[in-house]
Design a protein around this ligand. Structure first.
Ligand SMILES: [Ca+2]
Ligand SMILES: [Ca+2]
Length: 267
């Protein structure tokens, strides 16, 4: 009987404890489920974490693609190889020939030059190489007379306009203004814009009366195409392509009564 009473008391005690544990458990459950604003959004754009903090994942455009591999720099030289008089513009005496060189690199570098510097090449239509040929009369430089030389990065280009002139009474300031006008018109980023329009009218407008004679002009564009030298030749005014020979490209310039066969090359 004592044993039975003891077990009955113990059983009541245990039942009371289980009841209390159930109350505590229910209380814990209700606390957890109420009032907390922790949510996980179902879409992929925003995650709301504790008290409304919003984090936006990086946009695709923020990922920088790997830079395309650049080709090597190149060095280039544009040279006048020969200049031969077939007809001169002066009625008497020799022509006094000089070149105006106006151009631009695609990085904006301007090219402005006169060859020979401050002087002229005196040429005539007869008398053989010692009178007709610039190179034979004035002596050849190695691979000709430099019109432009420099380096080009991959994708860069240079446009060089070459004007063949005969000197009379124009002033240096007028020639400088003409060069500046041509440089301003030169474009390097459009293959169709290689042609500089209106050279002869610019010569008349800028040099004025008693001006030097304009014989003809052409342009050369050199581009570094992934380490390869691409060259375009373009007759501008009073110029005709003759064709390539062993020394380079032959172009005839014939204006103001004169006719000169020129050879240019790019190295
Ligand atoms: Ca003249
Ligand atoms: Ca003259």
């Amino acid at each position: 009987m004592i044993f039975y009473k003891f077990n009955k008391t113990k059983f009541k005690f245990m039942r009371k404890n289980i009841y209390l544990m159930q109350i505590v458990f229910i209380c814990l459950l209700s606390c957890n489920s109420g009032g907390d604003d922790t949510t996980v959004a179902t879409d992929s754009t925003n995650l709301t974490v504790n008290s409304g903090t919003t984090e936006t994942p990086p946009a695709d455009s923020a990922i920088t693609p790997p830079e395309a591999e650049k080709g090597p720099d190149i060095s280039a030289r544009l040279a006048l190889r020969t200049l031969w008089c077939n007809e001169k513009t002066e009625i008497s005496g020799e022509d006094e020939i000089y070149l105006l060189i106006a151009g631009k690199k695609s990085d904006g570098t301007e090219i402005s030059n006169r060859l020979p510097t401050g002087l002229t090449w005196s040429l005539a239509k007869s008398g053989g190489p010692s009178r007709q040929g610039m190179e034979s009369k004035y002596g050849p430089l190695p691979n000709g007379y430099d019109l432009w030389s420099g380096s080009l990065k991959d994708g860069e280009s240079v446009v060089v306009n070459i004007l063949f002139m005969e000197e009379d009474r124009s002033k240096a300031a007028g020639r400088a203004a003409l060069l500046a006008d041509l440089i301003a018109k030169t474009k390097t980023d459009d293959p169709r814009a290689l042609v500089v329009a209106g050279i002869s009218s610019a010569v008349s407008r800028i040099l004025g009366q008693d001006m030097d004679d304009f014989i003809g002009a052409y342009a050369v564009k050199i581009t570094n195409n992934n380490g390869q030298k691409d060259v375009q030749y373009e007759p501008l005014e009073r110029a005709t392509m003759v064709g390539p020979n062993l020394n380079g490209k032959q172009i005839n310039v014939a204006g103001s009564g004169a006719a000169y066969l020129t050879t240019i090359a790019v190295y």
